[in-house]
Design a protein around this ligand. Structure first.
Ligand code: HBI
Length: 361
């Protein structure tokens, strides 16, 4: 029986759509990095299985060769399950099968059919952290089966995200968290706005560009440029917008760039599972203006640490930008410290792990 103080040996299966350390892994990359770092510092063993080329400072990584998985968000709800030839995901699962007896628990962060399907074929229990909202019937089906056969082994960021699935009550809500010591609070702000995230259609960047143009303030943009045609369409549509793209930065560089911004604009078209960029901004004292949709709607304290806006309303963004002087930037940092510390995140994940081990070992 696993006591809730015993140190654990954990095998993390990373997202197979990108190389860790490049931003290709999206928000879940930050969750994996922060959680692994903190667990290692608190006497647990963590090895991350990830596509070759992945690197996260000082965290043991088992590199796996193969072709990257197709991002689930590009497919439709009836999309069949696809695996490329020489699939890195299949190779990751096969590696986990071979070494599973060296670990107390496998934690799957891949938003993919295969790890869920293979769960009954493993002796070592598998905990599944689901990083997005519902994407397809085939994925919903295999996740629901896993929830039925292995109750308690599915977790998500938020309740809103859980409710996009046909099994919301089977999902444990773990929220998110950051190493707040990496983010420096700034009471002063300059006149810039900022937008953070993967540059892809589901993130709705064009609305933030339109709002910045309307209020005549510079919009700094940072994040992995996933869809270059989408980016080009924005540049063609807003040739005179006051925007600048700063690339994908490390956390240290990013917080240096955003900490004096007036506000972060979050314009998701989809149900954002969480929105790690929101708590990165709050940690620096930067208020967040977000569409009232998905994770950000559960994070932002409307009128206190930012504003929640009618989804897809550029006018709503503009009105909220005008109200920014109402926000006390210190309240933003305080919320990050109260709700999104790394220690709190680690404790929520460990409680989940111990519950699973007590049920399945
Ligand atoms: N798509 N198929 C697939 N598998 C993933 O693990 C995955 C994805 N799309 C996006 C993604 N993971 C990450 O960017 C999450 O942070 C959302």
């Amino acid at each position: 029986m696993t006591a809730t103080s015993q140190s654990l040996s954990l095998l993390f299966l990373s997202t197979p759509v990108g190389v860790l350390g490049t931003g290709e892994g999206g928000g879940v990359e930050l969750t994996i990095k922060n959680l692994a770092q903190d667990l290692l510092q608190t006497q647990h063993q963590v090895t991350i299985v990830a596509p070759t080329g992945s690197q996260l400072n000082g965290i043991p990584i088992q590199p796996i060769p193969g072709n990257l998985q197709i991002p689930a968000q590009g497919e439709g709800r009836d999309a069949p399950i696809l695996l490329p030839a020489h699939s890195v995901l299949a190779n990751m699962c096969d590696y986990a099968r071979q070494v599973q007896s060296d670990y107390d628990l496998i934690v799957n962060f891949a938003f993919d059919w295969l790890p869920f399907y293979l769960t009954p074929f493993f002796e070592t229990p598998i905990a599944h952290f689901i990083s997005m909202g519902s994407m397809s019937e085939a994925l919903d089906e295999i996740m629901a089966q896993t929830a039925a056969h292995f109750p308690g082994t599915l977790a998500v960021y938020t309740r809103t995200q859980a409710e996009t699935f046909p099994f919301p009550d089977a999902c444990r809500c773990l929220s998110s968290g950051l190493d707040l010591s990496l983010y420096e609070f700034s009471r002063q702000s300059d006149c810039c706005l900022v937008w953070l995230g993967r540059i892809a259609p589901e993130k709705g960047l064009e609305d933030a560009v339109a709002a910045a143009q309307q209020v005549g303030r510079r919009l700094k943009i940072f994040g992995w440029l996933q869809d270059s045609q989408y980016w080009q369409r924005i540049l063609d549509q807003y040739p005179h917008a006051p925007i600048e793209y700063g690339g994908f930065l490390s956390t240290a560089e990013l917080q240096q760039q955003i900490r004096r911004c007036q506000a972060l604009l979050m314009t998701p078209r989809w149900v954002e599972a969480f929105g790690n960029v929101a708590i990165e901004a709050l940690a620096c004292g930067v208020p967040v203006i977000a569409y009232r949709r998905g994770g950000p709607a559960e994070i932002i304290r409307d009128g206190k640490t930012g504003f929640l806006v009618e989804p897809d309303s550029v006018e709503g963004l503009v009105k909220a930008i005008d109200r920014l002087p109402e926000i006390d930037r210190w309240a933003c940092r305080q919320q990050a410290e109260e709700e999104y510390s790394l220690a709190a995140l680690r404790d929520r994940f460990l409680a989940w792990f111990y519950d699973i081990l007590q049920s399945y070992q």
